[in-house]
Design a protein. Structure first.
Length: 554
């Protein structure tokens, strides 16, 4: 652990919240409130996708360590659990309540699996989307019980006990949790899937020392990776006290190579996100301001709460959101009636084009990003940016160039030396945009981005095309031709390069930015000394901001 200006960084206390993807919002509400007895403490929207609810469940006030949150995507296909994700969330339950919960869950028609873990009894059920929900019976710390809970007070759940992640290498998680975040390693035991290792947070806060202390990791070398969808855990948030401690962790994690995001304002807490090398997405969230910040404790979950920057769009947002009924208040929120028809998950189909995808499935997204890899790279390489950007509203599409190159010569070579490959590459972007439009995503809701040769191709496409895209991101790239004319109508463009990039001369980069500006594009062109031919965090931050601006208007 390193020191901050205010002294030693406090070890992370444990779990703050867990965020999961769901499908039908009302089924989700009914399970967590009526079956598990949790209070719906907040109804808001996904800040990166305001057409989707963000539902929070917890104890009476939603204190950290008790909160399960869900993004419900109606009709979403179910995910497949695997390596690189959290696969289960466990609540603490009183040791004497085992028989009650076994009977209660069975009476709900749920398949209940029993077992033991580190000497404690465990019950496991699937929620309506197949998420593993576990109850661990022991002496968890009491929390603020919700008086309206259908579960008797003496049997009420006591916040989180632990989460379980699957990965190929426990050592990578150990490096994060122990070396960087101050967890301690508790022990190991055999698990049906592999060896389970338990890590414990410090729990040194006031009044919540026994809530959400544990992160378990099951090592599954060679195990298949998870496939994201309904029922998948999106991320697990760890808890720290305040903004100063979070800022210290931001600096420490950056220095250690974890590439955390900038601080995100989530209205009820502030967040940074990062992945360990197995792929598990973690967040560090602050305790404050908390859920009573914008509505009284006695009315938590009663109203659709929007951040200030979305209030002007409230009528549109409310019209788009599915209708839900609060079991606590009986009030109805949202207006759209669901038909419960599953949405097909189809890959974009274009002759001769191999396309890899990530993020939100097509058919369930309103915004998309087309990412073009560089010479010698692959679609999978550029698609890995999805993890760094951490924008759940987007579908990401990455086409694969034949022979890993979009055209044979340098982008500075005479155009005819790169034909017919260049025209074919431009046609690939045309085909993907056409397919996205058939899926309900118009060009103005699409970001076109690329690295190196892919960045040059992206800039050339928007320079020649009449399609009005949402934005363009060129990471170490420049225009192939400078002669095109025509109004670009305020097109947002971000460009980044090193001053001594061996592949992209600085003069050509600057001439490209000037040419795009002269045609009406809103160009943010930055030069990064020491960047080399690579991508840095500041470029990703700018790309994320451009994409978030498109989402807010989609």
């Amino acid at each position: 652990m390193t020191s901050s200006s205010s002294g030693q960084i406090s070890p992370v206390q444990g779990l703050h919240h867990v965020t999961v993807m769901a499908s039908d919002p009302q089924r989700n509400i009914d399970f967590y409130t009526r079956v598990l007895g949790q209070r719906m403490v907040k109804v808001t929207v996904n800040f990166d996708d305001p057409g989707t609810y963000h539902l929070y469940y917890g104890d009476r006030t939603g204190q950290p360590g008790t909160v399960m949150t869900h993004f419900p995507w109606p009709g979403a296909a179910r995910g497949v659990r695997g390596n690189g994700e959290v696969v289960a969330t466990a609540y603490s339950a009183p040791a004497s309540s085992y028989d009650f919960w076994l009977g209660h869950l069975t009476a709900q028609g749920l398949e209940v699996r029993g077992g033991q873990r580190f000497g404690q009894k465990v019950l496991t059920v699937d929620d309506p989307d197949g998420t593993w929900v576990e109850l661990v019976f022991g002496d968890g710390a009491p929390v603020e019980n919700w008086a309206g809970s259908p579960v008797p007070h003496e049997h009420a759940l006591r916040g989180f006990h632990s989460v379980t992640g699957w990965g190929g290498d426990t050592g990578a998680v150990r490096e994060l949790l122990v070396s960087q975040l101050g967890f301690t390693e508790v022990g190991t035991e055999d698990d049906a899937e592999g060896q389970r290792t338990r890590f414990r947070g410090s729990g040194d806060d006031d009044g919540g020392a026994g809530v959400g202390l544990f992160v378990d990791v099951v090592e599954r070398p060679g195990g298949a990776r998870g496939s994201f969808g309904a029922g998948s855990v999106h991320h697990v948030a760890l808890r720290t006290r305040d903004d100063d401690q979070q800022a210290a962790y931001l600096g420490q994690l950056t220095a250690a190579g974890f590439r955390p995001t900038p601080v995100q304002d989530r209205q009820y807490f502030h967040s940074i996100y990062f992945r360990e090398s197995n792929g598990i997405l973690f967040e560090i969230a602050t305790d404050a301001p908390g859920f009573p910040d914008d509505e009284p404790v006695d009315e938590l979950g009663r109203h659709l709460k929007l951040p200030a920057w979305y209030e002007a769009r409230r009528p549109t947002i409310e019209a788009h959101l599915p209708r839900i009924v609060s079991p606590e208040y009986g009030v109805t929120l949202g207006t759209r009636v669901l038909d419960h028809t599953p949405v097909a998950r189809e890959e974009p189909a274009a002759p001769g084009i191999q396309v890899f995808t990530a993020g939100r499935p097509l058919g369930e997204a309103r915004v998309a990003a087309i990412l073009l890899h560089g010479r010698g790279g692959t679609a999978q390489d550029i698609l890995s940016l999805e993890a760094d950007l951490n924008l759940s509203a987007f579908s990401y599409l990455a086409p694969q160039a034949n022979g890993n190159s979009w055209y044979p010569q340098s982008f500075l070579a005479p155009v005819e030396q790169n034909q017919p490959h260049l025209d074919a590459a431009l046609a690939t972007v045309d085909a993907l945009l056409a397919e996205l439009e058939t899926q309900g995503i118009p060009p103005q809701n699409v970001v076109l981005g690329g690295f190196s040769q892919g960045a040059c191709l992206a800039l050339e496409y928007v320079s020649r095309s009449r399609a009005r895209l949402g934005g363009v991101v060129a990471l170490s790239g420049a225009l192939i031709t400078l002669e095109d004319t025509g109004d670009l109508g305020g097109l947002p463009v971000f460009m980044g390069v090193a001053p001594d990039d061996a592949h992209i001369p600085l003069k050509r980069f600057e001439a490209s930015a000037d040419a795009l500006r002269s045609r009406g594009a809103a160009v943010d062109a930055r030069v990064f000394p020491g960047l080399g031919h690579a991508i840095n965090a500041e470029e990703l931050d700018a790309m994320r901001a451009l994409m978030q601006a498109i989402t807010a208007q989609a």
